[in-house]
Design a protein around this ligand. Structure first.
Ligand SMILES: C[S@@+](CC[C@H](N)C(=O)[O-])C[C@H]1O[C@@H](n2cnc3c(N)ncnc32)[C@H](O)[C@@H]1O
Length: 190
């Protein structure tokens, strides 16, 4: 899944805002961050997990593995690029985790409105700052008290929102130990 990323010069890289321009590139989080997600989901005994966005299914696999290893649960994951959804389905199936994943193909702002109440854990990793905050607002009424939200890209609008006084979140920058994706933001819904 890292094949194309390995050839990107991140110093000079300029991101095209249309996700359909990147059908073959995962922009996947690091294995270290995958391990962090796995641990957080296991520790929180999460059952209902939401993910924005699937991409090629790398983070989905860590989230679903945590649910499988703790006994049950479902990852509801949304992705707007159809080719990526297809590849992610194959990757998740190859990992033997398809019964723990519901794929939502389309815009996460619409697709994630059908996720059930009582979300325990959410990964926000869309690389689209305004969309990240929109997605948080879509799922917010269904976050249980004590739910964790992990924003992988620390989007500015998102950080301003969760850090505002009285926001209903407690926040913590989380180091991943990875040079590629060094830091995320973990927010607890109070
Ligand atoms: C950084 S990648 C996600 C990486 C993934 N979490 C992983 O670690 O494997 C961001 C993804 O968000 C998708 N995306 C961007 N805007 C979206 C939207 N409005 N709805 C759904 N997916 C979107 C892109 O197509 C891209 O695949």
């Amino acid at each position: 899944m890292y094949e194309r990323e390995r050839h990107i010069d991140w110093e000079t890289y300029s991101h095209h805002p249309d996700p359909h321009h990147h059908a073959g590139t995962g922009f996947s989080l690091s294995p270290e961050q995958g391990d962090q997600l796995y641990l957080l989901v296991r520790y929180g005994q999460a059952r209902t997990v939401v993910e924005f966005a699937t991409s090629l299914g790398f983070s989905t696999i860590f989230l679903a593995a945590a649910l499988k290893d703790s006994g049950r649960g479902m990852v509801h994951t949304a992705e707007i690029v159809p080719e990526k959804v297809q590849q992610a389905r194959e990757n998740v199936a190859r990992a033997g985790l398809d019964e723990y994943v519901t794929f939502h193909e389309g815009d996460a702002r619409k697709e994630l409105t059908s996720v059930p109440q009582g979300i325990d854990f959410a990964l926000i990793d869309g690389w689209a700052p305004a969309v990240s905050l929109d997605v948080l607002k879509v799922i917010e009424p269904r976050l249980r008290s004590g739910a964790l939200v992990y924003n992988e890209n620390r989007d500015r609008e998102f950080l301003d929102y969760v850090r505002e006084q009285g926001s209903g979140y407690l926040n913590l920058p989380l180091l991943s130990g990875s040079a590629y994706k060094p830091q995320g933001e973990l927010s607890l819904r109070v």
